[in-house]
Design a protein around this ligand. Structure first.
Ligand code: C5P
Length: 214
């Protein structure tokens, strides 16, 4: 077919939650549905990009034209992201677990003992590592899910993580798992406040902005 705006561009997208195992049958997770990340991957592919979607455990269909790599933990996601390089842009939408536990080899038992204590260790910050890496994509976009001081936190996060853009959203309402999203786009030039839109429309507009930038 005819070339589209992102034909020839390689774009990496992360989406969904991570699962951090506690034992063979239990894990720590979060409420991310993956919907926004999947919509972004689909919108970028619709503009002709070669999209690799590194996905945590979700129940969504792979968008047309997208190459999907399934992972479970943050460490697996970090490895898959490194494997997917080089890329012209990266859009890190995944709600990566901040901590993992040293998983028990056998199912923890409640019988005859005190409840177990979970010792948490920090996970790699995939976005920060990518932004600081020698193989850094030319455009690195992070997300910020916050429940308070959404824009202030996003502005600070952009600098702290070395991202070019941060897409900030307030997840105190029904955003996680919901169909709509009101986002603030934080760039070096300032902050844009977008109206509440279906996640598919947020994705289309963001894909167009990425095409402008590339
Ligand atoms: O620090 P915080 O989790 O709020 O940052 C959110 C942004 O960082 C998102 O883009 C998310 O995908 C990314 N992130 C990451 N690896 C982590 C934590 C967050 O890539 N371990």
């Amino acid at each position: 077919g005819a070339p589209r705006r992102l034909t020839g561009k390689r774009i990496l997208v992360t989406a969904g939650p991570t699962h951090e195992p506690i034992d063979p049958v239990r894990y720590i997770a979060n409420r991310s549905s993956g919907k926004q990340g999947y919509a972004i991957a689909g919108a970028l592919a619709a503009l002709g990009a070669k999209v690799t979607l590194v996905s945590g455990p979700v129940t969504l269909a792979t968008p047309p034209g997208v190459t999907r790599v399934d992972v479970e933990t943050a460490q697996e996601m970090a490895n898959a992201v490194a494997q997917a390089l080089p890329a012209d842009a990266a859009v890190m939408v995944a709600a990566v677990g901040d901590w993992h536990v040293e998983a028990a080899a056998q199912k923890l038992k409640k019988e005859g003992g005190a409840p177990p204590t979970l010792h948490l260790s920090e996970n790699p910050d995939i976005l920060a590592m990518l932004a600081a890496s020698p193989r850094r994509p030319g455009l690195v976009v992070g997300f910020a899910a916050e429940t308070e001081q959404v824009v202030d936190h996003a502005v600070a996060k952009r600098t702290r993580k070395g991202a070019d853009w941060i897409v900030a959203n307030d997840v105190s309402g029904d955003v996680m798992g919901g169909e709509a999203n009101a986002i603030h786009l934080v760039t070096a030039d300032g902050v844009e406040h977008w109206e509440r839109l279906p996640k598919e429309e947020v994705a289309r507009r963001l894909a167009e902005r990425i095409a402008d930038a590339l």
